[in-house]
Design a protein around this ligand. Structure first.
Ligand code: ASP
Length: 334
């Protein structure tokens, strides 16, 4: 049997971090460890997979930037465009993994498997999860059923979708979950099992691509404003003053907008800023709200998490999709 060719791209994160002792599972740092330290512990792998490695960055993903996103997307696109490459595995910190995954899910033009993995425990810790996650990510990337699934997140034996998977726990290895939207499948030992498929547009089905960044590499400035009891619109005003192009408003419950905030949002939208009405609540969608919210030009986020809504709005604005009705349709469909 011919070996599958997989390109492994590393970006940093806990998976290559080290603590001072085997019992340290928090407060560790990125040091000199590289992804090869983990690969060396998977001696069988190189006999099964034709592996090519590329270090894209070496950052804790809490410091992930759009510059690194663009570099990663370009390298991943270059890799999947090659005839000899069967798939891509990316190692990444878990803090912003779902954002990077969703960005790639919208922008990469391929049906080849692209799998992101990482770890919750540093490479030096007892029961570190990185090596098994990496091994499982390769299993998924090599599996024929993984084609056309969009970008996948493989951790803790689960295959999550970039669209729905989210970090739910600060330290637990069972942190990623698709919540009520579920998982794509699982990977245990060498068995890759898919149960679901995401029908929301991804990869080849979207109009977005890295070509959108050819002439100008900047990303539209879109911020998240998190609402709360006693919200008087201070943060919406601050965002407008900072010159943002978009605001994801994390409203209350079903995307409710406090009375004192609505006039600030109306000022923002009449200045051309696009405002998405999302929710602080993890599960469920933001359904139709009050007519005055819609009249103020707010766009419902439906079942988008606030952080993935931000990625979609950035890419839409970059593409020149600024019409409110078009943006409303986009959020409903994606
Ligand atoms: N802070 C780390 C990061 O996101 C956490 C992790 O990788 O689990 O890079």
């Amino acid at each position: 049997m011919t070996k599958k060719k997989i390109v492994l791209m590393s970006t940093g994160g806990t998976i290559v971090s080290s603590g001072e002792s085997a019992t340290q599972t928090t407060g560790y740092r990125l040091g000199n460890l590289g992804i090869n330290t983990l690969l060396d512990q998977l001696p069988d792998l190189k006999s099964k997979i034709d592996l090519e490695e590329l270090a894209v960055s070496h950052v804790d993903s809490s410091s992930m930037t759009s510059e690194i996103w663009l570099k990663l997307a370009r390298e991943a696109q270059k890799a999947v465009d090659r005839e000899d490459v069967d798939g891509v595995v990316i190692t990444h910190g878990t803090d912003t993994m779902e954002e990077t995954a969703y960005f790639l899910n919208l922008i990469l033009k391929t049906d080849k498997p692209v799998v992101i993995t990482g770890a919750m425990r540093p490479a030096t810790a007892l029961s570190s999860d990185g090596i098994l996650n990496l091994y499982n990510a390769f299993q998924v990337a090599c599996n024929e059923l993984s084609r056309s699934q969009g970008v996948m997140m493989v951790l803790n034996n689960l295959i999550g979708s970039a669209r729905f998977s989210t970090k739910t726990h600060t330290t637990n290895v069972a942190t990623f979950s698709g919540l009520l939207n579920g998982e794509l499948g699982s990977v245990v030992d060498n068995a890759v099992m898919f149960n679901n498929k995401v029908i929301r547009p991804h990869t080849l089905q979207t109009p977005f691509s890295i070509k959108d960044f050819e002439k100008d590499e900047t990303f539209p400035k879109v911020v998240i404003v998190y609402s709360h009891a006693d919200d008087d619109g201070t943060m919406v005003r601050a965002a407008v003053a900072a010159g943002v192009q978009g605001i994801i408003f994390a409203g209350l419950g079903n995307g409710c907008v406090p009375n004192r905030v609505l006039p600030e949002i109306a000022k923002a939208t009449s200045a051309g800023i696009r405002v998405v009405r999302a929710s602080r609540v993890f599960n469920g969608a933001v359904f139709n709200g009050l007519s005055e919210w819609e009249d103020a030009g707010m766009i419902s986020a439906w079942n988008f998490s606030i952080i993935k809504a931000r990625v979609l709005l950035q890419l839409a604005l970059k593409k020149g999709i600024t019409n409110v009705d078009e943006l409303r349709k986009l959020f409903e469909a994606y």
